[in-house]
Design a protein around this ligand. Structure first.
Ligand SMILES: C[S@@+](CC[C@H](N)C(=O)[O-])C[C@H]1O[C@@H](n2cnc3c(N)ncnc32)[C@H](O)[C@@H]1O
Length: 283
């Protein structure tokens, strides 16, 4: 591993608080979220209905569990949901190693079944060079490394710890998801998997995608605006080896990501993985 974790004064790494880059206390954050939500509803009432009706409408499931409720918000995307077995025939024979299964931040990490699906795809495709956009705490990174063939290298990109809160592309407040604490990659730092992982720092719209290319498997899970999803996808298509695969996270749940993937699916073969927020593309 190339980078060191930044320690707090006491010498230990403090837990990441999940606070957004916009700053402010809890009440200010809540007020901002309500303001943003109202503005979004006013801008696009049809989309608002598509999101809110399944959650709160007369037929909404009774789900007093925030994580479970998120499942019924997967309302976007035109791709048919298909089982992983239909997309990768034979995958049922694959065993996957899942590392730190429940060391997750519910609103930011992938779910265990998504990590499992990514691990299975890596087992089947055997990529030697993997790129992940959006490291966060490194749960997916460490699982990519745990399932990649020996000698494979995983590159993972996130915004640097001293990031100046300025994205390269325009990002409305509602899409701020920068996890610029001192905890990026903490799940793989100081583990035996770290040797196979290279932490990269930068904004995905500005970083040099060519430097470590080509890649066999690229996972896109950074900033989730339409513009970033398109930009990351375009760059990924350019640096992917023939026969490689691109995986997008948040397909079906986030409108912007879903739109970008749907558009891309007119150019390349893309499939949505049932039971997850993953889509996979084969250029
Ligand atoms: C949803 S989290 C990634 C979760 C991670 N893939 C996992 O499964 O645990 C999104 C991450 O992308 C990073 N990010 C956001 N915008 C980015 C950008 N423009 N360039 C690079 N990373 C970005 C955030 O700092 C955050 O750590």
């Amino acid at each position: 591993m190339v980078t060191e974790p930044t320690k707090t004064k006491g010498g230990t790494t403090a837990p990441w608080t999940g606070r957004r880059a916009g700053g402010g206390g809890r009440i200010a954050q809540l007020a901002k979220r309500i303001r943003n939500a109202m503005a979004k509803i006013a801008r696009n009432p049809v989309t608002a209905l598509r999101v809110l009706l399944p959650r709160y409408g007369p037929f909404a499931a009774k789900a007093p569990d925030a994580e479970f409720r998120r499942a019924i918000r997967w309302s976007f995307g035109d791709l048919k949901r298909e089982s992983l077995n239909a997309i990768f025939p034979g995958i049922e024979h694959i065993d996957v190693r899942v590392v730190r299964s429940y060391d997750r931040e519910p609103l930011l990490s992938m779910t265990p079944s998504e990590v499992l699906a990514v691990g299975a795809m890596v087992r089947v495709l055997k990529p030697e060079r993997i790129l992940e956009i959006g490291t966060f705490e490194g749960n997916t990174t460490v699982n990519l490394a745990a399932n990649a063939p020996s000698g494979a290298r995983v590159f993972t990109l996130d915004l640097p710890p001293d990031w100046g809160r300025r994205y390269e592309l325009d990002v409305p407040d509602i899409h701020f998801n920068a996890a610029t604490g001192n905890h990026t990659g903490r799940q793989f730092i100081d583990t035996p998997h770290a040797d196979g992982i290279t932490q990269l720092w930068g904004d995905s719209a500005a970083f040099d995608w060519d430097e470590h290319s080509p890649f066999d498997f690229i996972l896109i899970d950074g900033c989730h605006t339409y513009e970033y999803a398109v930009s990351d996808t375009r760059n990924a298509l350019r640096v992917l080896r023939p026969g490689g695969a691109i995986v997008w996270h948040d397909y079906g749940m986030l409108e912007d990501v879903s739109r970008a993937v749907d558009e891309c699916s007119r150019e390349i073969r893309a499939r949505a993985i049932r039971g997850t927020r993953l889509a996979v593309g084969f250029p």
